[in-house]
Design a protein around this ligand. Sequence first.
Ligand SMILES: [Zn+2]
Ligand SMILES: [Zn+2]
Length: 299
Amino acid sequence: MSNPFEVSERKSVPPAEAFALLGNELRVSILLELGDAKEGNQPRPLPFEELRRRCDVSDSGRFNYHLQELLGVFVTEKSEGYGLLYPGVILYQAIKADSFTDRTTVEPFPVDSACSACGADLEATYRNSMLVVRCGDCEALAFKYHLPPGAIRSNDPDAVLRAASVYARRDLVTVASDVCPTCASEMYHDVVPEDEKSTDLEHAMPGPAVVHHCSYCKNFFSTDLPEVLVYHPDVLPFVAANAPHLLTDLLWTADACDPDAISVTRRDPLRVSVPLDADGERLTVTVDRSLDVVETERH
Ligand SMILES: [Zn+2]
Ligand SMILES: [Zn+2]
C-alpha cells in the first residue's frame, strides 16, 4: 500500500553556512528591508532597484553580490521581486523582537499573590530573558520560564506578569498534546514521582514533576504534573466545563490539585493518580511514566 504522505525531499543547509551568511551589515539590512515591505498586511516583493535604493547602496554590483548570497537560504526571488523565505521571516522577527540583542534586567518587583509554601508575598525578577516568580521570604519557586523581551516593553508590571502566564500556558497546551512548542516535532515526557526527583528539579510544589523533552531541537523543561495534565486532551473538556478558572488564572495562582492527594498507585510500571476536584465533581486521572492517560474515572 502506498503512503499518501510522502516527503519529496529532505535536505538542509549546514547551520554554520547559514549563519556565516549573516556576518555583514548590508545583508542584515536587506533582510530588514524585505521584512518591512508591506502591502496592507501582506508582504510585498521588492524589485531589485527598489530594494537597492532602500538599502542605500549605490554600487549595484556589490549590492547584487550580497543579495545573491542570501538567495535560497533566507531570500527568494519571484517575478515581482525579492521576498523572505520562512527562515528569513523568523530571523527578521527575531531581530525586530530583540531576541538576540536584548539584555534587559528587572529588579525584584511585587507580585499580588501569596507563596503556597509559607504564605508570604511573591516577587518577580527578569534577567537573561527569564521571568522568575518566587517567594520573597522562603524563596520557594512559583514560576520560571523564558519570556521574550517584547513583554517587558510594557511598564505595567501586571501586564508583564499576565504576558508571562499566557505565554507559558500556550506552551503547556502544546506540550500536553505531545507537540514541541519550539520546533513542532514530537515532545516526550518523563513523569517523576516525588521520591525520585533529583535536586536539579527545582520546584516549589511538592508532588510529581514531569520532564518534557524534544529529541529533535533538544528543547527541555519541567513542570508539575497537575499543571500540565489539565491541558491533556482527555482532561481538558472536564476542566473547561467544571473549573474554567484553571485555564485563565495566572499560572502561579491556579492550583489544580492538592499535591498531597496525588498518589503513586503502582511502581512498575508506574501509575500515578491525580484527583481533580471542581464544582463538586471529581475526575481521577491515572497516567503512566510517559504521561499517557491510562484511565479516567468520574465521581
Ligand atoms: Zn514562601
Ligand atoms: Zn523541538
